[in-house]
Design a protein around this ligand. Structure first.
Ligand SMILES: C[S@@+](CC[C@H](N)C(=O)[O-])C[C@H]1O[C@@H](n2cnc3c(N)ncnc32)[C@H](O)[C@@H]1O
Length: 278
């Protein structure tokens, strides 16, 4: 069986389970062969050994029961950077790149201090640090496995100057009124949301996804506390659900922020709300 044959057969099997069947098959095969996906195109007629097919089949069977490709291969690209992922936290999503893009576009030339709350893999903090090495960045998560993972990613990306540590939101963050910017992609899904029973999220921890009060409890807490940790004119950027734009703007206004603005992701859905503390 050739590389092309195997990808075709696996894509057909995966089509019933995955919207990205061919891509999944390619990523899994590349991982099994310890090559990149370009290799699969260049050598599509190459015959595979029994051992190679066997290695691939083990990965495929995990995907066929729904396990995310990122968990199977242990990696996911975010902001064109490779991130180790693990079941302890969220797999970084393309939507979150909107937040990174927005912050970078608002501060193209300014040096600043920034706090990333609920950093998970470190995706937001490390993407920002890769673009703006002079920024002073702290990143926290309450899950110690997530903190270890974010540190591993920082080391792998040679971004060791990002200060990553364990904290229950602001609980262990020192220095009142010292951040120019606070960013967060907190849990924001309602515990009753049916999406929790579908796709990759079934394999991600509820602690990274679900919040009380229809998904708004953590956003509410972060916005209310953030005013003590921001400098005057400091800004907050929060990722949220596509139906939460108006309520998050309200929460920010109530907390004392102004110019509350919601921005859409690449799919045109409300995704990030930001505001200024005056
Ligand atoms: C939606 S995930 C976002 C992960 C990462 N920032 C990203 O965008 O891919 C939310 C993260 O918040 C963390 N978290 C949940 N509750 C927390 C709390 N009380 N204090 C700090 N982090 C918390 C979770 O462990 C998880 O890593």
């Amino acid at each position: 069986m050739t590389i092309a044959d195997l990808i075709k057969a696996a894509s057909e099997q995966l089509a019933a389970f995955s919207d990205s069947a061919t891509l999944d098959a390619k990523v899994l095969l590349a991982h099994a062969l310890n090559k990149d996906t370009t290799y699969l195109i260049t050598w599509s007629d190459k015959a595979l050994s029994g051992a190679e097919i066997n290695d691939f089949d083990k990965l495929l069977s995990r995907r066929l029961i729904g396990e995310p490709v990122a968990h199977i291969v242990g990696m996911r690209e975010f902001w064109s950077l490779p991130f180790f992922v693990a079941p302890s936290t969220l797999i970084p999503r393309p939507d979150t790149e909107t937040l990174v893009d927005l912050v970078l576009s608002h501060f193209p030339h300014t040096n600043l201090s920034l706090l990333d709350l609920g950093t998970g893999t470190g995706a937001i903090a490390l993407a920002l640090a890769s673009e703006q090495p002079e920024w002073i960045i702290q990143a926290v998560d309450f899950n110690e496995d997530a903190v270890a993972l974010a540190k591993k990613n920082a080391e792998n990306l040679e971004l060791n100057h990002v200060n990553i540590y364990q904290s229950d939101w602001f609980g262990s963050v020192k220095g009142d009124a010292s951040f120019d910017v606070i960013v967060s992609n907190p849990p924001y899904i309602d515990s009753e949301d049916h999406h929790l029973d579908e796709g990759d999220v079934r394999f991600e921890p509820k602690s990274a996804l679900v919040a009380a009060q229809q998904g708004l409890a953590d956003i509410q807490h972060i916005c209310t506390e953030a005013i003590r940790y921001l400098v005057p004119n400091g800004r907050i950027y929060i990722e949220h659900g596509f139906e939460q734009g108006a309520v998050v703007r309200d929460i920010m206004q109530q907390a004392g922020f102004e110019q509350c603005t919601t921005v859409q992701d690449l799919g045109g859905n409300d995704r990030i709300t930001w505001a200024i503390l005056t």
